[in-house]
Design a protein around this ligand. Structure first.
Ligand SMILES: [Zn+2]
Length: 495
């Protein structure tokens, strides 16, 4: 077999104004034909399918051509020229590979660019035009994908990770390889069927009932003509025409079976909609109040509305401002992205005092900056965060400082936009997080999993921001389809 594989991957928050650029791909993970592989990072984890495919194809003795592999930390839609340059480079790599038996692509599924609401549809259309109608194209996506009809039309095989936190990226990559290779050999004829659940939400899979639903999807695969079952769970902040949850079933040339099964699974999810979309969360004052009655030890609050892995800026100030107003004591804030504040604190140096203007600089949705009298406790050149099961490679924080406000309020500020995924982000500063009463971090599933080992409890705060969980109130422009929970009396069946 001759195989071409490549990856182009970022998650684009349509509510965020600041564009993602080529520099963000340089910072994330960018492999170009002929170059050595970049150092490991979160980008390496997210682009792992490509390396996985190369290794697996070589192990089978197949000829494999690796093309452009690029990842940027989620953010606003990509600059048009930067997307087109990356896309054209990937396509040039495909052309240079010569004739292939199949193509494998690692895509996010919610990438947007200026002028392109459906990046994956555009890219797959061009790949399809080059390889022709009969060469299988296998695609692995993040489940937080907003998949268009164009994508479904061009892909031969589409598989998403089943788990969130995303712990099965490599396993699903091997599924894609297997299914696409079987199609290329003529053993199967994959047929894609979907069912639109008309739900907008997020679905952590470590808890019920999603945990069992994931098990059910896996159990259906590989028997009775069902090749694969995926949940296209959607990305609520993409703001594109199609971003509701869908069930995808791939059968071996049995579209009626696929449609029936997708319908059955989709209606199961619909019946569970209130439970699977329920995110127990405090509002900001509720979180502050809870500390008065919470058990002793470290209580960790995740702020998903400014989660960098969700494209949020990482410098929102809603929680910080309220915690300072409320006069909370002995609490820590995980990294806030603010290169300007880092520079100001580093210039005055350790043990010096200043009033520092923190956060609120990236976006209107970041809120307003907060002026905080602080003592500079630590200035570091480029500390690293050692990551978790999700990404087992260090990420660099850039120049970074630990500042302390009255009341033992510790705040980390970084000049790199790095998501918080582990409590060891505090370690290089010498900040003993386990001794604090509470920590507030800009993260969600991946970070919360990392903190579970050292915190007495972890909770979610429903704050304002570009990753707000109040989907019914998000300022969508392109996404206009009725969805649950915005329309409480919505039905799955046409009237
Ligand atoms: Zn995801």
């Amino acid at each position: 077999m001759r195989v071409f594989c490549a990856g182009l991957f970022t998650e684009s928050n349509g509510l965020v104004a600041r564009p993602t650029t080529r520099a963000d791909f340089d910072d994330g993970f960018l492999w170009r034909r002929g170059a050595p592989l970049p150092a490991r990072s979160i980008g390496a984890t997210m682009s792992a399918p490509v390396s996985c495919w190369v290794d697996a194809c070589q192990a089978r003795g197949w000829v494999v051509h690796r093309g452009l592999t690029a990842f940027a930390m989620p953010g606003g839609p990509v600059l048009q020229a930067d997307y087109e340059a990356l896309r054209d480079e990937l396509l040039a790599d495909l052309v240079a590979a010569g004739p292939v038996d199949f193509v494998l692509l690692a895509l996010h599924g919610s990438m947007r660019a200026q002028g392109y609401a459906d990046v994956e549809g555009d890219l797959l259309g061009r790949v399809r035009a080059h390889v022709g109608p009969h060469t299988p194209i296998g695609v692995e996506m993040d489940p937080h994908c907003n998949v268009s009809q164009a994508v479904l039309g061009h892909a031969t095989v589409l598989v998403t990770y089943k788990e969130w936190p995303h712990t099965d990226i490599r396993e699903r990559a091997l599924d894609v390889l297997q299914l696409t290779a079987e199609a290329a050999s003529g053993a199967t004829r994959p047929t894609l069927s979907t069912f639109d659940c008309r739900i907008v939400g997020t679905f952590p899979t470590k808890r019920e009932p999603m945990k069992s639903f994931v098990g059910r999807m896996s159990a259906l695969e590989g028997r009775d003509g069902v090749l694969s079952v995926s949940l296209l769970s959607g990305y609520p902040w993409g703001d594109v025409a199609e971003q509701t949850v869908r069930v995808l079933v791939i059968t071996n040339d049995a579209p009626e079976l696929g449609a029936r099964l997708a319908d059955t699974l989709g209606r199961e999810l619909w019946a569970l909609r209130a439970r699977i979309t329920d995110v127990p969360a405090f509002d900001i004052d509720g979180a502050c109040d809870y500390l008065d009655r919470a058990p002793p030890g470290l209580i960790v609050f995740a702020d998903p509305a400014d989660n960098l892995l969700c494209g949020c800026p990482g410098d929102s100030t809603y929680v910080l401002a309220r915690v300072l107003e409320r006069g909370l004591q002995r609490v820590a804030f995980g990294p806030i992205y603010d290169p300007m504040a880092v520079q100001a604190a580093a210039r005055v140096g350790e043990r010096a005092r200043l009033t520092l203007r923190i956060g609120g600089k990236c976006e209107p949705l970041s809120g307003v900056p907060v002026d905080v009298p602080v003592t500079v406790r630590r200035v570091l050149d480029n500390p690293v965060q050692h990551l978790t099961e999700f990404a087992d490679a260090p990420s660099e924080l850039g120049a970074a400082v630990w500042v302390e406000a009255p009341g033992e309020i510790d705040i980390l500020l970084t000049s790199n936009r790095v998501p918080t995924v582990s409590p060891n982000v505090f370690e290089p500063f010498g900040l003993k997080i386990a001794e604090k009463r509470a920590a507030f971090c800009k993260m969600w599933q991946h970070g919360a999993a990392g903190f579970a080992n050292i915190a007495v409890e972890t909770h979610v705060i429903a704050a304002p921001g570009a990753g707000s969980l109040d989907y019914a109130s998000l300022p969508y422009r392109a996404f206009q389809a009725p969805f649950w929970p915005k329309f409480a009396d919505l039905s799955l069946d046409p009237p």
